[in-house]
Design a binder for this molecule. Structure first.
Ligand SMILES: *Cc1c(COP(=O)(O)O)cnc(C)c1O
Length: 391
């Protein structure tokens, strides 16, 4: 007997399962594996945030069911952050909703907005949750190819009319995972104007909004005039403060969408543990030098890898945000072949671009969430062991 719904049955096997299996085998046979596949910061959560959690844990009034929309301290801290960072005003009561990590909110937004058969417009390549949650909601997805020659921005004019008519949601994500692409406000202006004309809500995933390098500052889609009529933006404490395991994020913007999502959520979960929300509020309200310190570390690692890849003959444009490098595979390999080759010959794990969608073919993703010494080692092994034809 097959104890699963057709909905679950149609979800393809976990794309990273094969790599994980190989990793386990190599580790078992004594190989010193360097995992550059993980999208999880290696640095610890800053101590002042941990201390705040411990303090809130001593207050038993925090132990009850949390409020469905999130505690006032957290929602106000998010609204204050938007005012400070983007000069965007948000009503903490109606335009901010706390999430158990942004992944939870992204996945639940889809059944909030679509009925079976409706389309969701999804960047290709992208974070796998957009597509999988669409399939789980019995929806259909349309891939918007992200091409290097377009700065990995979708070309809205290529989306067929009949798809647009059945589309109930579009996802965008900048700084992007896996492409590390960043945009200026002009791109969001175009996106909002398209969304308003064609009446398609936009969900912008800004998980890496604060992971940026040099002078670049990532804009919020809500900075665009009229954006709140059609858009929501997902944010997370995970990547900014190395809090992936804490599970705390938020969605901000359009009131109706947020209200509808909170109806769904209030029937499924009861919110995140209040001490975590209060520590997250404290993180947003405190001195932000920890964020620039983390970014400086990523930037140093970025330099190590860019120099190393260049020496191997792999040329990559310098990313301005995220902690990923999105690089072309050398000639003569598919993404999967290259990644498998590198793993077998060097014990270095990379992620094949094709795992993020068909337009990811020809690329691999490398994560900067390991220390410099390991990055040096990884690059050296690839340089020495791998016969790459770079002509
Ligand atoms: C990490 C990540 C998320 C999920 O973040 P959580 O808040 O930890 O759920 C969402 N989107 C992208 C693109 C990510 O890389």
């Amino acid at each position: 007997m097959d104890y699963q719904s057709n909905r679950i049955g149609q979800i393809p096997p976990y794309l990273f399962a094969e790599i994980n299996k190989k990793k386990a085998e190599l580790v078992k046979s004594g190989v010193d594996v360097i995992d550059l596949g993980i999208g999880d910061p290696d640095l610890p959560t800053p101590q002042h945030i941990v201390d705040k959690l411990v303090e809130e844990m001593q207050d038993s009034s925090n132990f009850k069911y949390p409020s469905f929309i999130g505690c006032a301290e957290f929602r106000e801290a998010v609204a204050d952050f938007y005012a400070r960072q983007y000069q965007v005003n948000l009503d903490p009561e109606t335009e901010v909703l706390a999430l158990i990590g942004s992944k939870e909110g992204i996945a639940h937004l889809i059944p909030t907005l679509i009925d079976p058969g409706d389309y969701v417009l999804i960047p290709d390549p992208s974070y796998p949750v957009y597509k999988m949650a669409t399939l789980l909601a019995n929806g259909q997805y349309y891939h918007m190819p992200l091409l290097k020659e377009n700065n990995f921005e979708p070309d809205f004019s290529l989306i067929p009319d009949e798809i647009i008519e059945q589309a109930k949601l579009m996802f965008l994500n900048y700084p992007g995972n896996p492409t590390a692409a960043t945009v200026d406000i002009e791109f969001f202006q175009n996106a909002i104007s398209f969304a308003r004309q064609r009446n398609i809500p936009i969900a912008h995933d800004s998980a890496y909004n604060m992971v940026t390098f040099g002078e670049y500052k990532a804009p919020s889609i809500l900075e665009v005039e009229g954006a709140k009529e059609v858009a929501v933006e997902f944010g997370s404490l995970s990547k900014t403060y190395n809090m992936t395991g804490w599970r705390i994020g938020y969605v901000v913007g359009n009131k109706q969408i947020i209200k509808a999502l909170s109806v769904l959520k209030s029937n499924m979960d009861t919110g995140q543990f209040t001490p975590i929300q209060k520590a997250a509020a404290f993180a947003l309200n405190s001195d932000q030098s920890c964020v620039s310190n983390h970014n400086a570390i990523y930037e140093e690692r970025l330099n190590v890898v860019l120099d190393g890849l260049k020496a191997i003959g792999i040329k990559v444009d310098r990313p301005k945000g995220s902690f990923f490098i999105w690089a072309p595979v050398p000639k003569g390999y598919t993404s999967a072949e290259f990644v498998t080759n590198v793993l077998e010959q060097t014990g270095v794990i990379l992620t094949p671009g094709s795992a993020f969608g068909p337009s990811g073919e020809g690329y691999f993703r490398l994560s900067l969430s390991v220390p410099n010494a390991r990055l040096f080692e990884a690059i050296n092994r690839i340089k020495q062991k791998l016969q790459i034809s770079v002509n």
